[in-house]
Design a binder for this molecule. Structure first.
Ligand SMILES: NC(=O)c1ccc[n+]([C@@H]2O[C@H](COP(=O)([O-])OP(=O)(O)OC[C@H]3O[C@@H](n4cnc5c(N)ncnc54)[C@H](O)[C@@H]3O)[C@@H](O)[C@H]2O)c1
Length: 505
């Protein structure tokens, strides 16, 4: 209720030139006098649901039409089964906004505040189950913008889309088999006049068939590994772009892991003061985390990610098939970000992650979309990292300190985050959770303590230089339980030292 789905559907149908069916209108047309609230009063909710189901099923049978269903339609099992053959988009709306928009209208279920709240909460899992596409609160303009993307998904049943909305603009994140090739058949959806590809050399050699079509001449090569995230590399790439004649109206495409994504994203952010970038992530770290959210940048010898820019991708195209060629240690490193994300999300994502029996490309692929969604939900609430976005740093304050203290040579990013997560759990006093998370990380082959010989003073020094520190000190992210994560927590120096020193044992 109040999610703007009818106007979004009308906008989408208009943009695609297809029929538009609003089931609420059809229901009203069948009711004598046309009053849904009168029908509710006289015949009760069950009779209304029966009518809604019959009309909904007929509408969903009409080939090619765009159908706006009532908010309660998904409570019908038969409707849910029929939706499986459709591209189903869920327009999300917060409970408060939904109430504001619905109360005081003729809607029979928007009269009692508590009952409304309960109903809203109870339906969320049904929307999550049915919504292959996740949209923000609707409106005709949203419908028009998403329509061509929805159209692309018709022939691709396993592909899901999250439409991210931030103050910088709207952009789709698309996950599933064939997602990286979507733009090949839809040049009109490319963000620039010409699309220039930059690809991680090893990713391209291993799984180049997933690379989208780019400007003639093929992709410019980028080296993987943290050492490539430097100003020197950025300068080389920027000069290559200039030599290739890339103009302001063109766009870049980054194919590779978090390093290629951060580096190419940074080049796109600064090249001629900014051109669009499409992210095509090929590592687990990038598919569940780094490709989304618009943080780009490079390291300085003095600190990780010390130079960078917010630059939201014009689109993120993610095909988990890329994970099949990823070396086992890289997959494990990405699993640390999966665990982090699941701890932040709690609920069904955490349940799926803790239930994993093995950790490989096949078993993690179904988690990629939910991880991306969790991150994008947070970014939507705080694009520029002035508050809530800090929760995404769970495990990262100590993790980054470990990376810096070991000169980015000893551990992969995800491996350092694995140890950092253990530190975060200890700093949070989450003793109940620690054994389970540690076991999960170990099962993936990740380190959960520091190798011998690592200087814990150097780690503590590096933590002290964390770029998120303010004049008041460092704000740590702590966790009480999965789904209950807090940012900006002050930790006294003695406790921090005890925990970091404890990582050596
Ligand atoms: N921007 C963000 O929000 C954000 C979030 C998390 C992490 N990061 C950054 O991400 C970086 C780590 O990313 P990463 O772990 O993806 O490392 P990476 O990009 O270096 O990739 C790891 C290795 O895998 C290879 N590779 C990539 N895809 C492959 C494939 N499909 N098959 C075979 N080999 C493949 C690469 O060549 C590289 O050697 C760090 O710098 C970290 O700071 C950024």
């Amino acid at each position: 209720m109040g999610a703007g789905k009818s106007s979004a559907a009308r906008g989408a149908a208009g943009a695609l030139g297809t029929d538009f069916i609003d089931t609420d209108e059809l229901i009203a047309a069948e009711i004598p006098g046309g009053s849904i609230s009168g029908f509710f009063r006289e015949r009760g909710e069950a009779a209304f649901r029966e009518l809604e189901e019959r009309i909904g099923l007929t509408a969903l049978d009409r080939p090619g039409a765009i159908v706006a269903l009532g908010g309660g339609a998904v409570e019908s099992e038969r409707i849910r089964a029929a939706l499986a053959d459709h591209v189903t988009a869920w327009c999300r709306v917060g409970e408060e906004v939904a109430w504001e928009r619905s109360s005081g209208t003729d809607r029979p279920l928007a009269r009692d505040r508590d009952a409304f709240r309960r109903r809203h909460a109870a339906r969320q899992s049904l929307y999550e189950e049915c919504g292959r596409v996740v949209l923000p609160t609707g409106g005709e303009r949203l419908g028009t913008a998403v329509a061509p993307w929805l159209d692309l998904l018709r022939e691709r049943p396993g592909v899901r889309m999250y439409w991210s909305r931030t103050p910088s603009g709207d952009a789709p994140a698309i996950v599933g088999p064939g997602a990286t090739k979507l733009l090949d058949g839809a040049p009109e959806l490319r963000p620039g006049e010409r699309l220039f590809g930059l690809a991680d050399r090893d990713a391209h050699a291993a799984t180049g068939e997933l690379m989208p079509a780019v400007e003639a001449g093929g992709p410019i090569e980028v080296t993987g590994g943290e050492a490539a995230k430097s100003l020197g590399e950025a300068e080389s790439l920027l000069r290559e772009l200039a030599r290739a004649g890339v103009r302001r109206g063109d766009a870049l495409l980054a194919f590779g892991g978090g390093v290629a994504g951060d580096l190419v994203g940074f080049c796109a952010a600064v090249y001629q003061r900014g051109i669009p970038v499409v992210q095509v992530p090929t590592t687990l770290v990038a598919q569940v985390d780094s490709a989304y959210g618009g943080k780009t940048g490079v390291d300085l010898p003095e600190g990780k990610n010390y130079v960078g820019a917010f630059h939201q991708p014009a689109a993120v195209l993610t095909d988990p098939a890329a994970l099949r060629t990823l070396p086992a240690e890289e997959l494990a490193a990405g699993f640390a970000e999966v665990v982090k994300t699941a701890l932040i999300a709690g609920g069904p994502l955490w349940d799926s992650v803790r239930a994993l029996e093995r950790i490989d490309a096949e078993s993690v692929a179904p988690l990629v979309f939910e991880c991306a969604r969790t991150k994008l939900d947070v970014v939507e609430a705080d694009e520029r990292d002035s508050g809530l976005r800090a929760v995404l740093n769970l495990g990262h304050t100590v993790g980054h300190g470990i990376e810096a203290a070991t000169r980015y040579e000893r551990y992969r990013h995800g491996e350092a985050i694995s140890i950092g997560l253990v530190a975060a759990l200890r700093l949070s006093g989450a003793e109940g959770l620690e054994p389970e998370v540690t076991e999960l990380l170990r099962r993936a082959g990740l380190p959960t303590s520091l190798d011998s010989g690592i200087d814990t003073d150097a780690v503590l020094d590096a933590v002290g230089r964390d770029k998120k520190r303010t004049s008041e000190g460092i704000g740590f992210v702590t966790i009480a339980e999965p789904g209950d994560v807090r940012f900006g927590q002050r930790i006294d120096a003695g406790s921090l030292r005890r925990v970091v020193e404890g990582l050596s044992r």
